[in-house]
Ligand binder design. Structure first.
Ligand SMILES: Nc1ncnc2c1ncn2[C@@H]1O[C@H](COP(=O)(O)OP(=O)(O)OP(=O)(O)O)[C@@H](O)[C@H]1O
Length: 695
């Protein structure tokens, strides 16, 4: 490893480090030594502990407090406890702390419950989509995703039960965080007693402060006189977790999966015990790396025995995700291979080594072509620092970056682009509409989305029948779609299935579409995978094929062996079963009758069309290479090789998503009859594309 890796230059990190200095995370002044220490001692050792009085004073006197502190300084776990101790949860009030990711919500809630010596779900609880572990009477500190807090606003627009809302990891700038910040600013005007804490590792504190600074006079709910200062306070928490030594690769790598696997093996061969956390981009990469490492172990090479390799991504079932937190037998080394869901807020206790590929999957949306792509793109310096920080949570660690120091310093961007400015805004707009925000274009955003993207979103919602001519939610369809916490196109497909009598099938399809892939992808075994797929392949396309796989899985008694034999990802199927159960409950709640259409696949395809008609494509006449054109923007697209319709090339198809590599590829494709498009969306096709559909 010595000739392969170059240690980073040591330089003390500064909070406003905008020149991209290479960080050597150094131990905070109070973090002395490691080994066994009581939880109370661990708490007191965290940098944020010294700021307890300052934080409480600022929260008392300011409507908004912005806390900037490096990863591991203790913001997430400690600040809610300080607030509780200071009485902010007295009198039945609740302290909320939001996170952008579900996994982080669960993990920090468990940790805080443990630190307070209480049972999770009582005084300390959490809520994520489809899962509520809180108690209406006793929960005083509640962790939740920012998306869930937005949903709570539908029932309680002023969020009256919360005394303090802490928006954590604001630097991630997820869409939900940005929408939440905009709405909280509105709520503050009506509730001067509400306190906000915006906390983050790298937030541009000044621009956030400017956003929250308002000269407008606030109106109290009941004429309260406890008007705090409107100018936000900014507090920098100095100090970090433990030393993390950074190493850079000397030469750029062409295959980051292979490079990550080799790095893990080198660490295992040469470094003292300590778990390894590897950051790759998505399920495919991760499954490939897990397989490569497991094969090494099976080949019984002395060097790789003793490795316990675990994947971590959002498409895993809860039980499989929990495995990464579970202890492993003594003398073994855990290797967790993860997407960026482990990037912020998580503490994986045993981790001493991080391997950072430098990439993540990111959404990019082009409002002109109205196409959204999920692409593998370079991460920002802020993400790289968060990733490195995972190695220094409970003891000093090392981070191996699979890119050069020069690249980090000169080319990596300082911060990522806010999700709001690179996403399709359909879900965001429907949520604001459901909250009664009519003037979406005039909404006060921390970072404004492009007007084109907004207009596109309004158009899609209008064509889905979710908004009426006055851009208000339609009743009941619009309200029902808003109620289902999924992409409105998927929700519309579920609503249509109710009328078409195939809700059982469509709910299965919706569950499968919400995870990345149900197939095991194995490098070098593509032919075997294709053959396995043929056993389930349906001429109608991928959606019907999914139903065949799901039926087979149930018939096998949910057997892992059956999955392996058929190249079906067992963990993904467990997640599908889990999501399906949750969707069933929501569907019943909004009045959908669960009904199976048995073998009538035409109604299933019609229901898919009802949701995804805007993604219709037509095979180019005389096309010898399978080129399609999208109806809405005449974009050139092709069926992805992973689809069962690859090379079949039916004349008319609908896709669920696009991935762009050398070309734009359609994933999850189904063949349709073009007349269904007019049935599903007469306005969209007759007015916007009158000559594109044969009558
Ligand atoms: N589950 C856990 N097990 C052991 N230690 C933990 C656990 N969770 C947190 N800690 C300790 O608490 C420290 C502070 O964690 P916390 O999440 O509060 O920091 P933070 O400043 O919010 O960082 P981040 O921005 O990365 O979320 C960790 O570095 C770690 O030492």
């Amino acid at each position: 490893m010595a000739q392969f890796w170059k240690p980073g230059t040591e330089r003390p990190p500064l909070l406003d480090d905008d020149d991209g200095g290479i960080l050597l995370y150094s131990a905070s002044s109070s973090s002395s030594g490691y080994g066994y220490v009581s939880i109370e001692k661990q708490r007191q050792r965290l940098p944020v502990f010294k700021y307890r009085t300052a934080i409480l004073y600022l929260v008392e006197t300011h409507a908004t407090t912005i806390v900037v502190g490096e990863t591991g300084s203790g913001k997430t776990t400690q600040i809610p406890q300080f607030l509780k101790e200071a009485g902010w949860a007295d009198g039945g009030r609740v302290i909320a702390c939001t996170q952008p990711r579900r996994l982080a919500v669960q993990a920090v809630a468990s940790r805080v419950a443990e630190e307070m010596g209480v049972k999770l779900g009582e005084e300390v609880g959490y809520t994520i989509r489809f899962e509520d572990l809180t108690d209406r009477d006793s929960t005083r500190i509640k962790f939740l995703t920012d998306g869930v807090l937005l949903r709570e606003m539908m029932e309680d627009p002023l969020l009256t039960k919360y005394s303090v809302i802490m928006v954590d990891e604001a630097h991630e700038r997820s869409i939900s965080t940005d929408v939440l910040l905009g709405l909280l600013k509105k709520i503050q005007r009506r509730r001067p007693e509400l306190r906000l804490i915006i906390s983050s590792a790298t937030i541009e504190a000044k621009s956030m402060a400017a956003f929250f600074h308002t000269s407008k006079k606030r109106r109290g709910l009941k004429g309260e006189d406890c008007v705090p200062k409107t100018e936000p306070a900014i507090l920098s928490v100095e100090g970090r977790g433990f030393n993390v030594q950074i190493f850079y690769i000397e030469e750029p790598v062409s295959d980051y999966i292979q490079a990550a696997v080799s790095t893990v093996m080198s660490i295992h061969d040469q470094e003292p015990m300590g778990d390894i956390l590897v950051f790759l981009t998505g399920q495919d990469d991760i499954d490939a790396a897990v397989r490569l490492l497991t094969e090494e172990a099976q080949n019984n090479r002395k060097s790789s025995s003793g490795l316990v390799v675990l994947p971590l991504y959002s498409g895993l079932s809860r039980a499989d995700q929990d495995l990464v937190f579970s202890p492993i037998p003594r003398g073994k080394r855990k290797v967790v291979i993860s997407t960026n869901i482990a990037e912020t807020s998580l503490t994986l206790e045993g981790v001493s080594y991080v391997v950072d590929s430098g990439f993540s999957k990111q959404r990019f949306y082009n409002p002109i072509s109205n196409i959204e792509n999920l692409v593998v793109a370079p991460i920002s310096k802020a993400s790289a620092r968060q990733r490195a920080g995972r190695a220094g949570r409970v003891r000093p660690g090392k981070c191996y970056r699979l890119y050069s120091e020069e690249y980090f310093v000169k080319e990596m961007s300082a911060e990522g682009i806010p999700e709001m400015q690179r996403s399709n805004l359909v879900s965001c707009v429907i949520q604001l509409k459901a909250l009664g925000i009519d003037n979406i274009l005039g909404f006060d955003w921390p970072a404004s989305p492009s007007p084109e993207a907004m207009i596109r979103a309004l158009e899609v919602l209008y064509s889905l029948g979710v908004l009426d001519d006055d851009a208000k939610l339609t009743s009941p369809a619009g309200f029902q779609v808003a109620e289902i916490p999924l992409d409105p196109m998927v929700s519309k497909m579920i609503l249509a299935s109710n009328q078409l009598g195939c809700s059982e099938e469509i709910i299965t399809i919706a569950a499968i579409l919400s995870i990345q892939s149900i197939w095991i992808s194995v490098r070098g075994q593509q032919k075997d995978l294709d053959e396995a797929k043929l056993r389930f392949a349906a001429a109608e396309g991928d959606h019907v094929t999914f139903l065949n796989v799901y039926k087979g899985f149930l018939r096998s008694g949910k057997s892992p062996k059956w999955c392996n034999k058929n190249f079906v990802n067992y963990q993904a199927m467990r997640k599908v079963v889990e999501i399906r159960e949750q969707l069933k409950r929501i569907a019943q709640r909004i009045g959908i009758v669960l009904k199976s259409c048995e073998s009538d696949m035409q109604v299933v395809r019609k229901a898919v069309t009802a949701g995804f008609f805007a993604n219709a494509c037509n095979l180019e006449a005389f096309s010898h290479n399978g080129m399609y054109k999208t109806i809405r923007s005449s974009q050139e697209v092709y069926i992805h090789p992973s689809s069962v319709l690859f090379r079949v090339n039916p004349k008319w198809v609908i896709y669920n998503s696009l991935v762009s590599t050398d070309r734009q590829y359609m994933r999850n494709v189904i063949s349709i009859d073009p007349s269904w498009l007019i049935e599903a969306a007469p306005h969209y096709y007759q007015h916007h594309h009158p000559n594109s559909i044969p009558h």
